[in-house]
Design a protein around this ligand. Structure first.
Ligand code: G6P
Length: 471
């Protein structure tokens, strides 16, 4: 393999498996996201993406994506359970999300997490050319930057944390906290979604390592690690084009018809995850129905809950609780042919999502904690007609940018109920002013702008930046 001057390292490869009509499994590029952001850059730079296909055992045959080469990392069943479901998603994930679910610490997961991180680091070291830039993504691979530095001191190493990075009070609970901290500080630039995270990291580096640290630079031995906020975004042009497709517009019209022409449609789209606040939202909705503020004959909630991490106990338990609650609400308040809630526990095609975004009157995005939340941004990008309301949790990274949304504290049930009602009853002129402001922000801050800002900051030598296409 020809060495690459840019290497992306992420837990997942930018591919989705898809079952073809003949039942065969096909792989195709994940829509939106990092892969499309890097697409323009990748065409001018020999680049490789190191990641896991999501399958167990030897890697399936994978297509390459244009000029982007894929370097699969394989996982055994035991590694999937200790590294991915265990340390990454049962220890770090809940702890980094304000411990809204009790983190589980199991000592045997650590060794697997460490060994899998080492394997990712070795794979990246193998494909990276001399002085290449390697961009490591997210909490699954927090040890990779330092491991990579030891293997290849010539590399420029970036790390981006897509999820929140917690305050010291929470991080200090972690067994192996020093290794995790040293791991990420192996990077030249640590990027976060929000500025507060850089402050949290500086405090931890002072406390645990005795390092000299400000909110944007940390001195580790001879090296200075820079930190900064780079809020991630979506491929705005892709979502706008999808939403404008005649079949999608037609599908949106059909959905409105099927859900009830005269009804107000509330929509939520989440991975089925306890950080997303689905239970709080259902409670608020039940109380609105109970108090008579919302009537099934004129309002309907569509809750899409995309299956996620289904082998992890806390996710299974959550699914049972949500399904119990949806059943109760529909049982108590639904009418024949008119459920209070349409609940869909399925993976959704992106064109159907774009149609749903257009059919909705109120998009309800109320996570208890979220690094960014790209659904909120997708909804805004899909609303060419500048109508529709967005109810958005203050605890989503997106709230820092989409301040024209109806911001809400989802932990406060009364606030949640009142904000939902305010959004449902808002004046159309107010809604379009809000939507215009949010769309103007997004137009300037799409995923390409994010990748460019991060890579330009990483690359103080200007080597990569010269290859970035102009917007
Ligand atoms: C979050 C994480 C991503 C992850 C995604 C889906 O957004 O930040 O790194 O890929 O969830 O979760 P999954 O476990 O399916 O990869």
């Amino acid at each position: 393999m020809r060495p690459s001057s840019l290497v992306v390292v992420a837990n997942r490869l930018p591919l989705d498996d898809n079952i073809a009509p003949d039942g065969a499994c096909e792989w195709r590029r994940s829509p939106g996201g990092l892969a499309s952001a890097l697409h323009a850059i990748l065409q001018q730079t020999p680049a490789t993406w190191v990641g896991w296909s999501g399958a167990i055992g030897p890697s399936p045959k994978l297509p390459s994506i244009g000029s982007l080469r894929l370097r699969p990392v394989t996982l055994t069943e035991q590694e999937q359970s200790g590294y991915y479901e265990g340390f990454a998603n049962s220890t770090l994930w809940p702890l980094y999300h304000d411990a809204v679910q009790q983190p589980v610490f199991q000592r045997e997961w650590w060794e697997t997490y460490r060994a899998v991180n080492q394997r990712f680091a070795e794979a990246a070291a193998e494909v990276a050319g001399r002085h290449a830039a390697v961009w490591v993504q997210d909490y699954h691979l927090q040890l990779v930057p330092q491991m990579l530095r030891e293997l290849r001191p010539d590399l420029l190493i970036g790390f981006f944390m897509h999820v929140p990075f917690p305050p010291p009070e929470l991080f200090m609970q972690l067994p192996r906290r020093i290794e995790l901290l040293v791991g990420m500080l192996g990077a030249d630039l640590v990027g976060f979604q929000r500025e507060q995270a850089g402050h949290n990291l500086a405090q931890l580096a002072q406390k645990l390592l005795g390092a000299e640290a400000t909110d944007d630079a940390i001195t580790v031995g001879e090296r200075t690690v820079r930190t900064g906020a780079f809020p991630v975004s979506i491929d705005v042009a892709e979502m706008r084009a999808l939403a404008a497709r005649p079949d999608v517009v037609g599908q949106a019209r059909q959905l409105r018809h099927d859900l009830g022409e005269s009804k107000r449609i509330l929509l939520s789209v989440d991975r089925l995850d306890y950080t997303k606040g689905i239970e709080h939202r259902l409670t608020a909705y039940r109380e609105l129905l109970r108090d008579g503020h919302v009537k099934v004959r004129d309002t309907v909630l569509v809750q899409v809950a995309v299956p996620s991490r289904e082998r992890v106990d806390s996710y299974r338990d959550l699914r049972d609780r949500i399904e119990g609650e949806v059943g109760r609400i529909n049982g108590e308040y639904g009418r024949v042919g008119e459920p209070a809630i349409h609940y869909l526990n399925q993976r959704f095609d992106r064109s159907l999502l774009a149609a749903l975004y257009q059919a909705a009157d109120v998009m309800v995005v109320t996570p208890l904690r979220d690094g960014m939340n790209l659904v909120a941004k997708e909804f805004v990008a899909a609303r060419e007609d500048e109508t529709g309301a967005l109810v958005l949790s203050e605890f989503a990274g997106a709230a820092a940018e989409l301040s024209a949304a109806f911001l809400v504290n989802p932990h406060d049930l009364d606030d949640l109920k009142q904000t939902l009602l305010r959004a449902m009853e808002a004046d159309p002129a107010d809604l379009s002013a809000r939507m215009r402001a949010m769309r103007a922000h997004l137009a300037e801050h799409d995923i390409m702008a994010w990748a460019r800002a991060y890579l330009t900051a990483l690359d103080h030598t200007g080597r990569l930046a010269r290859r970035l296409p102009r917007t």
